[in-house]
Structures are given as structure tokens and as C-alpha cells.
Design a protein around this ligand. Structure first.
Ligand code: FPP
Ligand code: MG
Length: 318
């Protein structure tokens, strides 16, 4: 079960429009990052008050980034509802995002763990740097896959690193050895999640029926796009700029080539999952008795995040 990381009491009642905007925003969210944080924090013995602070911190940062992202992307829907910038104006959406970040800093600094404040500020900086670089890559159809991995390490993986590592900082269990391992695990999870999300854009394992080809049509060659493009020549790449449907894409690069590349992409990411498993075993050997309870939960995350298989039990990560 997810904890209640957001309530109306968290924001001033003299800002009713801001409260309405947050109700709309938080209502539809799965709170996945909050759940992930709890999976690590509970076995470490984080107290309930700090746990709520951690869950609220990560969800506020994530939702602030979505408020801004939807405006940048000019998206009209988020979690099945009209986006905040369209419903409340772009100005309010920006201010509501800024205010969430302000609350994060106020609440964390009152908590008084300076390392946690420092790590959180670094996370927000990385998130922004990733988004900044990604925006500068729009329109580049000669983009390397490695460059995108770097971007995803900043933009997507920063929040995964935070979920896994912040509970260790909060409990002062962040030895150098543990830090390195946990941060690497977060990076791998973030990259796997982003790559799987990028496959959805090409309608691969798209069980949720998300809109497809949004990235490609807006001129952004996502990680799977950059991966299959590495084997095709410049002239064909240029043709991709005009692709409007999957059928057109298949005509451009050939359907068998497309599926061959999906297979290779999966094989490469399966190797990354094996590296993740290996690092998780190393982490397990460094944790104390009851702390090891987090391993089972962390172990099946690639199944959910990359392969998009449904979690086995209720109350699991999604
Ligand atoms: C969703 O990506 C967006 C992000 C993961 C991060 C966006 C970051 C910013 C806008 C920087 C500002 C950050 C803060 C903290 C205010 P997507 O567009 O690929 O996915 P989507 O389909 O869910 O929109
Ligand atoms: Mg977006």
C-alpha cells in the first residue's frame, strides 16, 4: 500500500486555485516513485514521519517536472486529464511546479539532514540538465545511442537513484561501498525504464495502448530510434523525418529489419538486467539481516519496468 504523501494541509488554503491544480495532478498518479522509496526505506527502519517526508519529496519533484514537461512538450493530456498548463494557464503551471520544489526544500531543510538536502538538490540539477540536453537533440537524426544513454542517466535515472539512495542517507547507512552500488542500481533501473518507454513509441509491448510515434513525429529520435538507425545509411535516416505511421516506417527501413532490431535491443537490455542482478547480489551481501528484505522487491523491478509484466502481488510497485 502506498502512503498518503499528499494532503490539502500541505498547501496554504488561501491559494484555492493552486490546491485545485494539485488535486487534479496528484489524483491520477500511481505514486510509483513513492512506492519504490518505501520498498527500500522500510527494511532500513526509516520512521513513519521521515518516510512520509521522503515519499512526498520524490513525488513533489516528479510532479513538478511533469507540470513543466507538459508545457515544454505542449502535451494536452496527462494521466487521462487535461494538462495543467491548458486547464489553468501556462503561468500557473510553471508557478505550481516551482512551488512544489520550494516546498521540498523547506521541508527537507527543516528535517535537518544536510546530506539529504545536498543529494536532493543534485538530483533536481541532474533532472534539469538531462531535459536541457534532450531538448537540444530534437531534430538530430544522426544522434548516437550513447549520447541518449547519457541523457537518460540524467533525466530519468536521477529520480530512480534518489528513491533507492535517499533512505540510506536518511538512516546514515550510506557507506562508500553501499553508495556506489545503490547509485549504480538506480542508474540501471532508470535506463531500463526509459528504454522500455521508448519502445512504446514504436508500439512494442504497448499493452496500455499509449499514443505512438509521438517522439519520432516531433523530431526526437529516442533510444530505440537511435539504436535501429545505427545500422542504416544517412539517406534513409533523412526519410524518417517525414514518417507519419508505423506502416511508413516499415516501408522505409523494412519490417524484418525493425523486428530484428527489437530483438537485438532486448538482448542488449537483458544483459543490463543481468548486470543489475549481479550488483543486487553484491548489495545483499553488504546489508544486515532484516535489511535484506528489500532485495526480493528490487529483484523483480526489471520485469515490471523493462518487460512491462504485471507485478505478481497486490500492493506491488504499480
Ligand atoms: C517526462 O519525459 C519528463 C521528465 C522525465 C523530466 C522533465 C524535466 C523537466 C521538464 C525539467 C524541470 C524539472 C523540474 C524539477 C521542475 P517525457 O516527455 O519523455 O515523457 P512523457 O511522455 O511522460 O511526457
Ligand atoms: Mg513529455
Amino acid at each position: 500500500m502506498n502512503i498518503k504523501y499528499y494532503s490539502e494541509k500541505d498547501f496554504p488554503s488561501y491559494l484555492p486555485k493552486l490546491n485545485n491544480l494539485y488535486d487534479d495532478l496528484f489524483e491520477g498518479g500511481k505514486g510509483f516513485r513513492s512506492l519504490l522509496t518505501q520498498k527500500v526505506a522500510r527494511p532500513l527502519g526509516v520512521d513513519e514521519k521521515t518516510l512520509r517526508l521522503l515519499c512526498q519529496t520524490i513525488e513533489f519533484i516528479h510532479n513538478a517536472s511533469l507540470l513543466h514537461d507538459d508545457l515544454i512538450d505542449r502535451s494536452s493530456l496527462r494521466r487521462g486529464k487535461t494538462t495543467a498548463w491548458l486547464k489553468y494557464t501556462p503561468e500557473y503551471a510553471v508557478l505550481a511546479g516551482d512551488y512544489l520544489l520550494a516546498r521540498v526544500m523547506t521541508n527537507l531543510s527543516s528535517h535537518g539532514n544536510i546530506e539529504l538536502v545536498q543529494f536532493t538538490s543534485q538530483t533536481i540539477s541532474e533532472l534539469l540538465e538531462g531535459e536541457w540536453i534532450q531538448d537540444s537533440l530534437v531534430g538530430d537524426f544522426h544522434l548516437s545511442f550513447e549520447k541518449l544513454t547519457e541523457v537518460h542517466g540524467l533525466k530519468t535515472a536521477s529520480l530512480f537513484r534518489w528513491c533507492l539512495f535517499a533512505p540510506f542517507i536518511a538512516t546514515h547507512k550510506n557507506s562508500e561501498e553501499i553508495s556506489a552500488l545503490v547509485l549504480e542500481l538506480g542508474t540501471i533501473l532508470g535506463i531500463l525504464f526509459q528504454r522500455s518507454d521508448d519502445l512504446l513509441d514504436y508500439d512494442v509491448r504497448n499493452q496500455e495502448g499509449k499514443a505512438i510515434l509521438g517522439d519520432l513525429k516531433s523530431g526526437y529520435l529516442n533510444s530505440f530510434g537511435a539504436f535501429f538507425c545505427s545500422g542504416i545509411d544517412g539517406e534513409i535516416r533523412e526519410k524518417l523525418r517525414k514518417v507519419e505511421s508505423l506502416e511508413e516506417l516499415y516501408r522505409c527501413i523494412g519490417e524484418p529489419y525493425f523486428w530484428q532490431k527489437v530483438k537485438e535491443f532486448d538482448t542488449m537490455n537483458q544483459e543490463l538486467i543481468e548486470l543489475y542482478d549481479h550488483k543486487l547480489t553484491s548489495l545483499q551481501s553488504r546489508l544486515a539481516g532484516t535489511e535484506k528484505a528489500m532485495i526480493a522487491d528490487l529483484q523483480h523491478l526489471p520485469e515490471i519496468l523493462y518487460w512491462r509484466r504485471k507485478p505478481k502481488s497486490k500492493g506491488d510497485t504499480h
